[in-house]
Write a protein that binds this ligand. Structure first.
Ligand code: ATP
Length: 366
């Protein structure tokens, strides 16, 4: 019996609602899989914790969760607190503290769902976006000076290092080559940004040379948005910088049906520190506490987590249950055009688990 230690950090807004729904689904899954078990440890970190303690998590927060097998995270962000406190104090503190430099975001249109694209195009979406997650435009390097004066200045410096580019490019190549199409699209903006982005191109080009079985093409980020909309079937695995991938993956989520479905893995591929799995949506304060948040993103996230933990059969089963529910269309939340509440979608996925086995979906979460 393998028991996985999971740190559960619901965070802010709808985060705790969808993550607790995910824990219920994982417990239901474990109850029917003889060799699967979890130990969930809850951490009440986030904006309310900040209001009580003046920090988003305890000073030794990272040490408290360093030994877990994975972190299951909800969302962070609060209308009354600046993002540089909430985001940097919790989510980015974990990503950077554990050097989770690979952010992986799968997107596909789940059965029964319709995205904004024409059906024949929408059904072609089957992408994984690999986002550089430790440096680039979000390195946190920069400064403000001359506050309040006419010469006031603010700067964010995009940081690209050879080591940082090499490791994310290697990760993206390995992932791309493990997928049937062996196709990698590298996103850049080296026509306008003449230093860091040109360096990015050079180093990625060196890395991809080691993968002769891979087809590699290059896109400027602006043109990439059009390709995602107009020719979704021409894309498989995408490698992009922190900022570019942040934006492209929101577009991907919208094309995939709803922000409420997308999921993300933040991974340190050396496995020396725990990975963190989260739905891509934010705190969604407009619907917090109403019981209508779509939990499917948190469930897909849980499936990604299972896959990473080596539980491929359980990951497939969970994915198959999610797909059964979307395909039937009976229990969809309002963001997907239905009227089901979070608890009803959760119950429907748990019920669907008993009708599927690990071969019901040929697909792993990614
Ligand atoms: P952030 O800056 O943290 O990404 P945001 O406000 O830009 O936050 P979200 O909080 O993700 O973005 O919400 C954007 C919109 O999408 C909101 O109107 C919200 O209601 C909707 N939304 C996001 N996630 C879900 C979900 N799981 N279920 C239903 N609606 C959602």
């Amino acid at each position: 019996m393998s028991s996985h230690r999971i740190a559960v950090i619901g965070g802010d807004g709808i985060g705790p609602e969808v993550v607790e729904a995910g824990v219920k689904v994982l417990e239901a899954l474990a109850a029917t899989e003889p060799d699967l078990a979890f130990e969930f440890e809850r951490f009440d970190w986030g904006s309310d914790y900040y209001r009580r303690n003046g920090r988003m998590m305890p000073q030794d927060g990272l040490a408290q969760i360093e030994g877990v097998d994975a972190i299951y995270f909800g969302s962070v962000g609060d209308p009354d607190l600046p993002d540089d406190i909430t985001l940097w104090g919790l989510r980015l503190a974990i990503c950077q503290g554990f050097d989770q430099y690979a952010n992986v975001r799968p997107t596909r249109l789940l059965p029964g769902l319709t995205g904004p694209l024409r059906p024949e195009l929408g059904q072609q979406i089957d992408w994984v976006i690999v986002r550089e997650n430790s440096e680039g435009e979000y390195a946190g390097v920069g400064g403000r000076a001359h506050r309040g004066l006419p010469i006031e200045v603010g700067m964010d410096v995009a940081v690209f290092t050879r080591a940082g580019i090499e490791r994310i490019a290697q990760f993206a190549c390995e992932l791309a080559i493990s997928r049937p199409r062996k196709l990698l699209t590298v996103v850049t903006k080296s026509n306008a940004q003449r230093h860091g982005m040109v360096f990015w191109d050079e180093v990625v080009r060196e890395v991809v040379r080691d993968y002769p079985g891979l087809t590699v093409d290059w896109m400027l980020v602006d043109a990439m948005t059009q390709r995602m909309v107009n020719k979704p079937g021409s894309i498989d695995t995408v490698l992009a910088t922190n900022l570019h991938a942040d934006i492209l993956s929101d577009l991907a989520a919208a094309l995939g049906g709803s922000l409420g479905i997308g999921s993300t893995a933040n991974i340190n591929p050396s496995r020396s520190r725990p990975p963190m799995f989260e739905p891509i949506h934010g705190s969604a304060f407009d619907i917090t506490g109403k019981g209508v948040a779509n939990p499917l993103g948190a469930f897909w996230t849980a499936s990604l987590m299972l896959d990473h933990l080596g539980e491929q059969a359980a990951a497939r089963r969970l994915m198959a249950a999610i797909e059964t529910v979307t395909d039937r269309g009976e229990y969809l939340s309002p963001d997907l055009g239905g009227s089901a509440r979070t608890a009803e979608v959760t119950a429907a996925v748990i019920a669907a688990l008993s009708g599927v086995n690990s071969t019901s979906s040929s697909r792993l979460a990614g």
